[in-house]
Design a protein around this ligand. Structure first.
Ligand SMILES: Cc1cc2nc3c(=O)[nH]c(=O)nc-3n(C[C@H](O)[C@H](O)[C@H](O)COP(=O)(O)O)c2cc1C
Length: 157
């Protein structure tokens, strides 16, 4: 990594985000990844977005699914965030999840969840900006979110 890339990672990381699980059912099994790039975009129509790296091997599997689940992880789900963001291994081992009738994979006890379809994708540098339409959603307002800041997981204090 060049110095410029290191600086970008360090300074981008100064902006705190949540951690979302982006996941769907493929051949009856859960497939997904962690994303700190999740952002709500529009109320009417209801749209949210994530940025997916061109190096991701999981996004090409998810992007053609009819529906994709997005779960906003709770503060108690740091281990789940680590697992879903790891490069190898079985990401869903020990992670409680459920699937919906239309094939979304949602993480149990998450702070919020969305049932989405891909609306638009834009190539932007080394990522795709993916805009998703929201079809269903809910939040557990008593559950504080997991926070990602400076390359580390945090809990709100
Ligand atoms: C906290 C955290 C947030 C992440 N956010 C993103 C993200 O927004 N976009 C992305 O493309 N990858 C993100 N990643 C990396 C993916 O979760 C995953 O590790 C990466 O896509 C490589 O796995 P894959 O080849 O299975 O896609 C994040 C990882 C972690 C640990």
């Amino acid at each position: 990594m060049t110095m410029a890339e290191l600086d970008l990672r360090r300074v981008y990381g100064a902006y705190p985000t949540g951690v979302a699980a982006v996941a769907g059912l493929i051949g009856g099994r859960p497939v997904g990844l962690a994303a700190s790039s999740f952002v709500p975009v529009s109320l009417d129509p209801p749209l949210v977005s994530v940025c997916m790296a061109h190096t991701s091997t999981t996004w090409p599997l998810l992007r053609d699914l009819p529906h994709i689940g997005i779960s906003v992880l709770g503060a108690h789900q740091e281990e789940t965030g680590r697992r879903l963001g790891a490069r190898g291994g079985d990401r869903f081992a020990g992670v409680p999840w459920r699937s919906t009738a239309n094939g979304c994979v949602l993480i149990e006890d998450a702070a919020a969840w969305y049932d989405c379809t891909v609306e638009q994708q834009f190539r932007s540098g080394d990522h795709d900006i993916v805009v998703l339409r929201v079809h269903d959603l809910d939040a557990a307002y008593g559950t504080p979110p997991l926070v990602f800041h400076a390359s580390r997981f945090h809990q709100l204090r």
